[in-house]
Design a binder for this molecule. Structure first.
Ligand code: NAP
Length: 226
């Protein structure tokens, strides 16, 4: 049976990923910054769902959460992310907000992966997927929301390097654009339903092998230019 760890399962794409993974009969470890206890709005009452409480930027708390689990993890999805500060143009930047955006979107996925690496090593088919964004592609010269764009471009580079370093251990790594999704971040006018995005992400997670490691995909499987 597959065991999956997803960060940011209290809402948005992460919640839908967790719901669908539970629907497949998988064991799901889901993280949130605070314990979610409302079964109407969440999956916390499901028998195969295990809460983890940590802020992804608190590396000590992430390591403590990892130490609390004694099970192999087959799939890690680094999903938690932020859009960044209100002022984030190259000509007017909230630098504290920029640093927080890098901490959540770029550094935390690596810190979470490092903390849970012992669990991934215990799986026969371990995979790490990180939710990035087309907005981080170097092929686009757009300059709006540059803290967010830079944080996802940085995430892409970190995950490409991680794919190289984890290949000898048999662990596959992929970076995904989830689509423009109807969540708090994407807004009500976004093109893709969370259900469709999460289904595509899990399909890629299920099919990911070392043959496809180090790639940047969209949620529907097409390659994205770095
Ligand atoms: N929606 C889109 O159109 C879109 C497009 C491209 C990429 N993405 C990416 O997809 C991922 C999920 O986005 P979403 O649309 O589902 O966004 P969302 O609805 O805003 O949800 C973001 C999730 O990240 C969590 N999070 C934020 N900062 C955190 C921290 N410091 N520690 C722990 N958890 C934290 C949030 O928890 P709290 O409730 O505690 O804040 C929440 O669970 C993100 O990486 C985002 O950049 C989204």
């Amino acid at each position: 049976m597959t065991t999956i760890l997803i960060t940011g399962t209290n809402r948005g794409i992460g919640l839908e990923l967790a719901r669908q993974a539970l629907g497949k009969g998988w064991t799901v470890y889901g993280s949130a910054r605070a314990l979610v206890t409302d079964p109407e709005a969440h999956i916390c009452a499901h028998g195969n769902f295990h809460d983890l409480v940590f802020d992804v930027t608190d590396h000590g708390a992430v390591r403590a959460a990892a130490a609390s689990i004694d099970a192999p993890i087959d799939i890690l999805i680094n999903n938690a992310g932020v859009i960044g500060p209100g002022r984030q143009s190259t000509l007017e930047m909230d630098f504290e907000g920029f640093a927080r955006t890098l901490a959540v979107n770029t550094m935390a996925p690596l810190a979470v992966t490092q903390a849970f690496l012992p669990h991934l090593k215990r799986s026969d088919h371990a995979r790490v997927l990180s939710i990035s964004s087309l907005m981080g592609s170097m092929s686009h010269a757009s300059s709006d929301r540059i803290a967010y764009r830079a944080s996802k471009a940085g995430l892409n580079k970190v995950m490409q390097a991680l794919a190289t370093d984890l290949k000898p251990l048999g662990i596959a790594v992929a970076t995904l654009h989830p689509g423009w999704v109807r969540t708090d971040m994407g807004g009500a006018g976004a093109a893709v339903a969370p259900e469709a995005s999460a289904a595509g992400i899990l399909r890629i997670a299920e099919g990911l092998t070392l043959g496809g490691t180090g790639r940047f995909h969209t949620w529907d499987g097409s390659d994205v230019a770095w």
